[in-house]
Write a protein that binds this ligand. Structure first.
Ligand code: ACO
Length: 324
């Protein structure tokens, strides 16, 4: 029976760095407020690139790292809540952009859980035996989704992309998984509503920017998400101390502090880079993974046991325990 493994990891972020001090010049906020509430110091914002451009840059890096021709790729999944358009999908643009002529491609939307949901899906595609190699990329241009007059959300997010090559292997690397959705709490984190607009409908509302009940999402993360992570570790039969690193969605440093306490694990095992990129939604976990790879914490030889967990709009949350 085939299994899947992560064979390459890469990220790409736009050049323009926007610091908290820069934001304080255009809205009523301070570096101190943003830093003390979230840990974020700066983020990247693109002026010229759309989501597919960021994802194509990642896909090209993945092919180069794995020394693969684009024709070797069987499928491409782009996790994004900020696609270039509803149609064609961002994944279709990436497929054309890198010349992966044999790949089928589609987008997945699960907000900040998108990368974990997409990776879990890709694992099943590979394990079906029908496909050998796929690209799974989280890519977001959240800056086009924001209301830049709303300081309660505009300071939190950033643009970026990261992803992995997933490929067939004969030993298990994906050891445990739990995926969840609670649509009844969806109203606490919303964006991009497409109101009815036919000549027969009453709808007149405009597309909406990101809106968030910050406290409710914070509590959801430190209660529901933390509980589900603890349960998954227990169900997996693994000892939590076997985990080398926890790569959680990069929304807020205080969420990671509370998670570490709740799980009774060393805070140093919770990798973080939200100070440099803010919340990049579906891109946050693969960017973090790629930087860990560049810094030598991860070597992609299956020697490290890593927990990945995303949480956000939907509400959605999902966790994978993977040998990387
Ligand atoms: N600068 C200065 N003051 C601000 C700012 C700002 N940028 N934003 C809000 N404030 C003010 C508010 O107006 C409020 O003022 P008031 O007390 O006079 O009314 C005060 O700061 C406190 O606001 P809160 O929203 O209560 O602040 P809180 O401590 O809850 O922090 C935050 C807000 C950072 C958003 C936090 O709730 C959080 O991190 N939530 C979770 C976010 C998250 O995890 N998202 C993940 C999913 S994202 C996705 O899926 C796309």
């Amino acid at each position: 029976m085939p299994y899947s493994r992560i064979g390459a990891v890469a990220h790409y972020v736009p050049n323009q760095v926007v610091t908290n001090h820069d934001l304080a010049k255009i809205m009523d906020t301070t570096d101190d407020w943003i830093r003390s509430r979230t840990g974020i110091e700066e983020r990247r914002i693109t002026q010229t690139e759309n989501t597919s451009d960021l994802a194509i840059a990642v896909a090209e890096k993945l092919l180069q790292q794995a020394q693969l021709a684009p024709e070797a790729i069987d499928f491409i999944i782009i996790a994004t809540m900020s696609p270039d358009a509803s149609m064609p999908s961002t994944a279709a643009k990436v497929q054309a952009g890198i010349g992966a002529s044999k790949a089928f491609a589609f987008d997945m939307t699960a907000a900040c859980s998108g990368f974990v949901f997409a990776l879990a899906t890709a694992d099943k595609l590979i394990r079906s035996g029908a496909y050998q190699k796929g690209l799974v990329i989280g890519a977001e241009v959240t800056s086009k989704m924001l209301d830049w007059t709303d300081r309660s959300t505009a300071v939190l997010f950033g643009d970026g992309a990261g992803g992995v090559l997933i490929e067939q292997t004969m030993r298990p690397h994906f050891l445990a998984e739990s995926l969840h959705t609670d649509g009844s709490r969806g109203h606490t984190l919303t964006s991009g509503a497409s109101p009815l607009a036919s000549p027969y409908s009453q709808g007149q509302a405009k597309k909406t920017a990101i809106q968030m009940e910050g406290r409710a999402i914070f509590d959801f993360a430190v209660r529901d998400v933390a509980t589900s992570i603890v349960q998954l570790i227990e169900q997996s039969g693994l000892d939590k101390h076997q985990l080398d690193y926890l790569l959680l969605h990069q929304a807020n440093q205080r969420i990671l502090d509370k998670m570490a306490r709740k799980m009774d694990l060393p805070r140093a095992k919770f990798l973080e880079n939200m100070m440099h990129y803010g919340n990049t939604s579906a891109a946050s976990i693969p960017i973090l993974m790629s930087e860990a790879f560049e810094q030598g914490c991860l070597t992609l030889d299956g020697s490290k046991l890593v927990l990945l967990s995303g949480f956000g709009g939907g509400l959605t949350w999902g966790t994978l325990i993977v040998k990387i």
